[in-house]
Write a protein that binds this ligand. Structure first.
Ligand code: AMP
Length: 242
């Protein structure tokens, strides 16, 4: 009865400094889509709107590579070649990240899962009450190639621009640093990443569809319209379990 009431109000109860009852469904937002489909751009905005951490396995690898950690050293040869990092390595890193305090109420996954075994491992970690929302950003291969060839990241702020479609504003054009191209955004690597996407990641669309949690979104629209659509869908799903 108390659990039902808590669920209805979606509140967490703390006692003596510890969490004793948490009936709120954890929100697990999964962004699916090819490289360059806009997952990262949208996840950054959704993080602020829903107050959930944005967890990008690609960013975690890039951070570890930059810092020269043992994990980064293991991942580098795969990321530079546009190949997937082996599942065991990704899963250890991801599970460690989602066990952090800031992910207790949920999280937004960007770039994970990328294989069926990764998706199955995540499902095993989740609880029945968790609210899983898989959003697929649908874009053509042509769009991917165009977007990725223009993608540049500010070496200092980490902000992502596109020199063709979303150039940095002149007055704050990454003044402290320089705009750099990710090594795996080079044209020869992009083709490999697309191949890997179609072979190993695209089957996840059907995986989440079978679970009844998939929503397809037109990723060719402008970023503002896509954000409005994603926000609407997530709100609707949250309301449906209240
Ligand atoms: P992203 O920034 O999401 O495009 O990821 C960049 C690279 O990191 C990918 O091309 C992979 O080499 C690696 N990576 C990121 N996420 C995963 C994942 N879930 N599984 C395997 N490799 C990954």
């Amino acid at each position: 009865m108390i659990k039902l009431l808590l669920l209805a109000l979606c509140v967490s109860v703390f006692f003596g400094g510890g969490l004793v009852a948490d009936a709120c469904p954890r929100k697990v937002v999964i962004l699916l889509g090819a490289p360059g489909s806009g997952k990262g751009t949208q996840a950054k905005k959704l993080q602020a709107i829903f107050n959930l951490p944005h967890i990008s396995t690609g960013d975690l690898f890039r951070f570890n590579i930059k810092e020269g950690t043992p994990l980064g050293k293991k991942a580098q040869e795969y990321t530079n070649a546009g190949k997937l990092v082996p599942d065991e390595i990704v899963l250890d890193m991801l599970f460690d990240r989602i066990s952090k305090d800031d992910a207790k109420q949920g999280y937004i996954l960007d770039g994970f899962p990328r294989t069926i075994p990764q998706a199955e491992a995540l499902q095993k970690r989740l609880e029945d009450k968790d609210l899983v929302i898989a959003l697929n950003l649908d874009v053509s291969d042509d769009t991917v190639v165009k977007r990725i060839s223009g993608r540049r990241t500010c070496s200092v702020s980490g902000e992502v621009y596109n020199i063709y479609f979303a150039p940095p504003p002149k007055e704050r054009a990454c003044k402290e640093g320089e705009l750099i191209q990710r090594p795996d955004d080079r044209p020869e690597v992009v083709q490999e990443r697309l191949k890997v996407y179609h072979n190993q990641t695209e089957p996840l669309i059907q995986f989440y569809d079978r679970l009844g949690v998939l929503v397809n979104v037109d990723g060719e629209k402008d970023p503002g319209a896509i954000l409005t659509e994603l926000t609407r869908v997530i709100n609707e799903k949250i309301e449906s379990v209240r």
